[in-house]
Design a binder for this molecule. Structure first.
Ligand code: AKB
Length: 317
């Protein structure tokens, strides 16, 4: 049975991941940590600033962890607003986490992103191994992080693993500061106001995934047979690729009066334009059996139903 310490546990992925890990491995085997304090504890929780490596070491040691899942990081749009802070948090936090994992010999997971690609990367069917010259601070952090995780594996034999997440869509925890967040906001606004103004331009394709598939991918990769992993870190994974008018059309099937207009934000549009249209997940499929259950149609049905209930306060994960 694994004993896992999770950083960034109150973030968009972290909050749902902790729930899934507790259901999978048992409540007492998951230590959730975050820089913010949780309102109601559902299991072991500690306040942790990931730039404090000493405290991170103490917590992982005292908990008896054998695994670390390092999620704490700034997303693309926020990182662009404050690049120095983003470097210090994203890279400083990752270095601390890798060092703690090395010192305590923990299995290690951290996510990369489609943000690790840049304008010179092939846009369609983007290969697993390809040109990576991102033009954002977030992208620079992600490429450096991928390389660092590879380095800790080859240099120290640390069992590092990771994926390149696309935009993640969830009804449970709102995202914060990402470029792909429009694909979450649109569902909230559709239910609350019946209309949405997209900050991403029509025709801008990006990879996306529904949160249940993202969480399952983390568990599957961490459980995968190590000898089968050729890449280990930064596996391309995607469940769908769409542009704003396609998600709007899908919502309209269930809410015929829904209306979408555009007011493009040049900063987030430039980031989106530098990312692929659709990445190739073949390496993840072949090396550890990655499979997504949700496409745009199935996700939209689930998202509208669950979000409606949530906004009416009938359901909270
Ligand atoms: C973002 O938009 O910054 C993230 C990502 C794709 O990494 N959702």
């Amino acid at each position: 049975m694994k004993k896992i310490i999770v950083t960034g546990a109150l973030g968009q992925i972290g909050s749902e991941l902790v729930e899934k890990l507790r259901n999978t491995y048992g409540v007492d085997n998951i230590l959730a940590t975050d820089i913010r304090k949780i309102e109601s504890d559902q299991g072991p929780f500690e306040v942790l600033d990931v730039t404090d490596g000493k405290r991170m070491h103490e917590m992982a040691h005292d908990f008896g962890a054998d695994t670390m899942i390092h999620m704490a990081a700034l997303l693309s749009a926020t990182a662009e607003k404050n690049p120095v802070f983003a470097w210090n948090l994203n890279m400083g936090g990752l270095m601390n986490a890798l060092e703690v994992a090395r010192e305590l010999n923990l299995q290690f997971f951290t996510p990369s992103s489609i943000g690790a690609f840049g304008p010179s990367t092939p846009k369609d069917n983007t290969p697993q191994d390809t040109l990576q010259r991102p033009t954002t601070m977030y992208g620079v952090n992600k490429v450096a992080g991928e390389l660092l995780c590879d380095y800790y594996y080859t240099r120290f034999g640390l069992d590092t693993r990771g994926v390149r997440f696309p935009g993640l869509i969830s009804y449970a925890t709102p995202p914060g500061g990402g470029t792909t967040d429009y694909a979450v906001d649109i569902y909230y606004k559709a239910i609350e106001e019946g209309r949405y103004t997209s900050y991403i331009a029509e025709g801008t394709y990006m990879d996306m995934m529904y949160m249940p598939d993202a969480l399952q991918a983390i568990v599957d990769l961490m459980e995968a047979d190590s000898s089968k992993l050729i890449h280990r870190n930064a596996f391309n994974i995607s469940a769908m690729s769409f542009e704003p008018s396609q998600i709007a059309a899908e919502i309209k099937k269930h809410m015929p009066t829904f209306d979408m207009s555009y007011e493009v934000d040049p900063v987030r549009q430039a980031i989106a334009d530098s990312w692929p249209n659709a990445i190739d997940s073949t390496a993840a499929v072949n090396e550890w059996g990655f499979k997504a259950q949700y496409n745009l149609e199935k996700m939209t049905i689930d998202m509208l139903e669950k979000l409606q209930l949530r906004l009416e306060k009938k359901i909270i994960i």
